[in-house]
Design a protein around this ligand. Structure first.
Ligand code: ASP
Length: 343
């Protein structure tokens, strides 16, 4: 029997991959999607059915807002039955935030949703965009011997590595190796062939279960990066202001912060009404508030451990849980559970 051609939907949101130089002012500006595909004729060599949709307007990803994630989740859910996989072309600046958000918004995925982009525009002679796009497409189409998607997860493919979206963080603004997944190994690596790290890839418990889309997000989250010299005024403004329901504390090392009484007083006061989530400001590793007295003081003051969540993952998880739950206690409980492989 002839195997069915894989069908993929490319969703173009913008980013450097699709930009070109504006000769008038020397800045990079987005250009039309059809021009990108013209730049990558190699895609025609795959026996896939490739369709494309483009955002209008296309954006620099530093303009990404939750409404863009809702639009992406909506496109994936409306087209879910028509395609075997999805490739999202996105700017690198906020790609890790968007991939983290989509991982929580799309529950029970049985198909790949692969974000990619590039550091150099696809029309530039030394572009990384072609390689990234071609391999992302191949991964989105890949099936195992049972005909199931090889990677039914929200991922980022960049510079030969496929990483879990909600584990990934932007590493460099000028190297081709723009992303890293510091706390877990890549889900696949592209060399002469694409090698999948099967034990690390999450699979649905039931391949026939329908996709559940959670579009509601509560964005009342602040992020406080702890630093030497931080003042009671700054900490108080961020932790006790009326505009936040949750604050992510980016702490030192394994989750430590100053032990000064004024600091802990503010933490205790805020923890009475808000969700305080502790993530490390280190590039790798995570929070364990039982190691040092300063960490323990935070734990005893009501701060929740974010384990080895990235800040992007923590933000997305809070937006998602708070958007769907009115009760802070329940949000706090679920923050400590691994929902999408994010911890
Ligand atoms: N500013 C661009 C963006 O995020 C950077 C990139 O794509 O690499 O859209």
């Amino acid at each position: 029997m002839k195997e069915k051609k894989a069908s993929l939907l490319l969703i173009y949101t913008g980013g450097t991959i699709g930009m070109k130089m504006n000769p008038e002012n020397g800045t990079l500006c987005p250009f039309d999607f059809s021009q990108i595909l013209d730049e990558v004729p190699e895609l025609g060599k795959f026996a896939y059915k490739l369709d494309a949709v483009s955002f209008d307007p296309i954006i620099d990803s530093s303009d990404v807002e939750p409404v863009i994630w809702q639009e992406l989740a909506d496109i994936v859910s409306r087209k879910y039955d028509d395609y075997d996989g999805f490739v999202i072309l996105h700017g690198t600046d906020t790609m890790a935030y968007s991939a983290s958000a989509l991982s929580f918004m799309l529950e029970g995925l049985t198909k790949p949703v692969i974000f990619t982009g590039s550091q150099l525009p696809v029309g530039a002679p030394r572009t990384d965009g072609k390689e990234n796009l071609i391999s992302a497409v191949e991964i989105a189409a890949a099936k195992d011997e049972d005909g199931h998607a090889r990677v039914p997860e929200v991922c980022i493919f960049f510079n030969n590595r496929l990483t879990r979206g909600n584990r990934t963080t932007k590493l460099s603004s000028d190297e081709f190796r723009a992303f890293a997944s510091p706390n877990i190994a890549p889900l696949a690596e592209a060399g002469i062939s694409i090698k999948y790290n099967d034990p690390a890839i999450r699979k649905p418990s039931d391949w026939n279960s329908p996709l559940e889309v959670h579009e509601k997000l509560d964005t009342r989250v602040g992020i406080l990066k702890i630093h030497p010299g931080i003042t009671p005024e700054v900490v108080g403004d961020i932790l006790c202001g009326s505009s936040t329901r949750a604050v992510i504390l980016e702490t030192y090392g394994s989750g430590n912060a100053p032990s000064k009484p004024w600091f802990l007083d503010i933490i205790r006061k805020a923890a009475g009404t808000k969700i305080l989530l502790n993530v490390t400001q280190c590039f790798s590793g995570g929070v364990n508030m039982d190691i040092y007295a300063n960490g323990k003081a935070l734990k005893e003051s009501g701060v929740i451990s974010g384990g080895d969540l990235t800040t992007e993952g923590a933000l997305a998880k809070l937006f998602h849980l708070m958007g769907n739950l009115g009760d802070n206690k329940e949000v706090k409980r679920l923050l400590t559970e691994n929902l999408r492989g994010e911890m």
